[in-house]
Design a protein around this ligand. Structure first.
Ligand SMILES: *[C@@H]1O[C@H](CO)[C@@H](O)[C@H](O)[C@H]1NC(C)=O
Ligand SMILES: *[C@@H]1O[C@H](CO)[C@@H](O)[C@H](O)[C@H]1NC(C)=O
Ligand SMILES: *[C@@H]1O[C@H](CO)[C@@H](O)[C@H](O)[C@H]1NC(C)=O
Ligand SMILES: *[C@@H]1O[C@H](CO)[C@@H](O)[C@H](O)[C@H]1NC(C)=O
Ligand SMILES: *[C@@H]1O[C@H](CO)[C@@H](O)[C@H](O)[C@H]1NC(C)=O
Ligand SMILES: [Cu+2]
Length: 351
């Protein structure tokens, strides 16, 4: 469900059926805030002065009403996923131009009243939102690409909860920290909010047990690393069963295209055992082009039970997607490779 409103007020809501469901009311004020990253001051568009924006927490089948007021110098769209009987993690984001680089937040959907998780209730729940940071106004990055016909500039840092982390310049003060006690069970709700980058995520010395993806429970499996495409979410359980200390949670690119430039920075956050002061340990992340690891990981994502797949076809859809280069006359608007402009298009036609 995408809902668009212009400069002022809008109301949003979704699914409600049962008698025990609750309705949550929120107000989102969209406006510019100051943000300092990578040693430079910027103004970014954010919600309620927070970056990432507020986490919405609901139970399955609740309703949410969000009153959005836009005080930013841009028109903004906010996108909500339509949810029908799902549990786990989703997210909300701006859907107008590149503003979604900074306008996003987690949407946590807990089990409906009277039911429980498909796993023992974790002691701690923590959203881990992966994103991208440009050392520019994101709107100008997009504008420049549309003007020049070249690919948009790659981001300058991958982020975790809006922060590049200790490995990037001027960033260690803001590094995201999660403090745990030895023995705690932790549910990390990992969200890939990057515009267009697949990302690996791993936690040093800790195994991750995947329990849900895109707010659907999965058959559980244990892994050292997960990979998320842009827009995807993965809920993982972790037990703080290691030597008390500090361990990095880290994210960096999985880039399957050859010779295409990409942001090769590593974002970090810290998993810190209470009162530990040691230097954090980095996890070993797969190589940027490690498709075998991605395939092995993806092949393990399965439904916990038998799924009845509809076999009757109601509609045939014919979809074409085009992505390519258009020849152009050399000049400032012809900056794609070999005198071209990048172009794309798509159609969907019902037959
Ligand atoms: C927002 O959209 C309205 C309606 O399309 C348009 O008139 C206005 O100029 C836009 N404002 C900005 C800041 O882009
Ligand atoms: C994009 O990158 C080029 C090369 O680094 C730089 O000259 C240009 O200013 C950048 N533009 C934007 C909008 O980030
Ligand atoms: C990342 O890319 C830059 C620029 O292309 C390159 O100089 C650097 O060596 C790369 N870093 C890693 C860790 O691959
Ligand atoms: C991955 O990249 C490395 C260099 O960084 C290269 O040696 C290797 O051949 C690449 N593997 C694949 C499968 O493309
Ligand atoms: C641009 O031209 C060179 C030389 O003909 C060629 O090797 C290269 O693949 C071309 N690049 C693209 C993106 O088509
Ligand atoms: Cu969307």
């Amino acid at each position: 469900m995408t809902v668009i409103w212009g400069l002022f007020l809008s109301l949003m809501f979704w699914v409600a059926f049962t008698t025990f469901a609750e309705t949550h009311h929120h107000e989102f004020k969209v406006h510019e805030i100051a943000a300092r990253r990578l040693c430079r001051n910027h103004r970014i568009v954010a919600v309620n002065g927070q970056f990432p924006g507020p986490t919405l927490e609901v139970r399955n089948r609740d309703s949410v009403v969000v009153k959005v007021t836009n005080a930013a110098p841009y028109n903004v769209t906010i996108h909500w996923f339509t949810i029908t009987d799902q549990e786990g993690t989703l997210w909300w984001q701006a859907h107008s131009r590149w503003l979604r680089a900074t306008i996003y937040g987690a949407l946590v959907i807990r089990p409906k009243l009277g039911s429980s998780y498909s796993f023992p209730k974790p002691k701690i729940e923590f959203p881990v939102i992966l994103g991208e940071w440009w050392d520019r106004k994101v709107i100008s990055v997009q504008r420049q690409a549309l003007f020049s016909g070249a690919a948009p500039n790659i981001s300058d840092a991958i982020t975790i909860n809006g922060q590049p982390g200790d490995l990037l310049r001027c960033s260690s003060q803001g590094t995201t920290k999660l403090t745990v006690n030895k023995g705690d069970t932790v549910l990390l709700r990992v969200i890939n909010a990057a515009l267009n980058q697949q990302l690996f995520f791993s936690v040093a010395n800790h195994k991750l047990t995947v329990v849900a993806t895109d707010a659907i429970y999965t058959k559980q499996f244990t892994t050292n690393v997960i990979m998320l495409g842009p827009g995807q979410t993965t809920d993982v359980l972790l037990t703080a069963d290691q030597q008390p200390g500090c361990y990095y949670m880290a994210a960096r690119a999985y880039e399957s295209a050859k010779n295409a430039p990409f942001d090769n920075t590593t974002a970090t956050a810290v998993l810190e055992y209470k009162s530990a002061t040691s230097q954090p340990i980095l996890p070993q992340l797969p190589a940027y082009n490690d498709t075998n690891t991605v395939t092995a990981f993806s092949n393990q994502i399965k439904s916990p039970g038998k799924v009845i797949v509809p076999t009757k076809i109601d509609d045939n859809l014919f979809i074409t997607v085009g992505l390519g280069f258009f020849n152009c006359t050399p000049g400032p608007r012809c900056q794609g490779p070999n005198n071209t402009r990048f172009g794309s298009g798509g159609t969907r036609r019902k037959i």
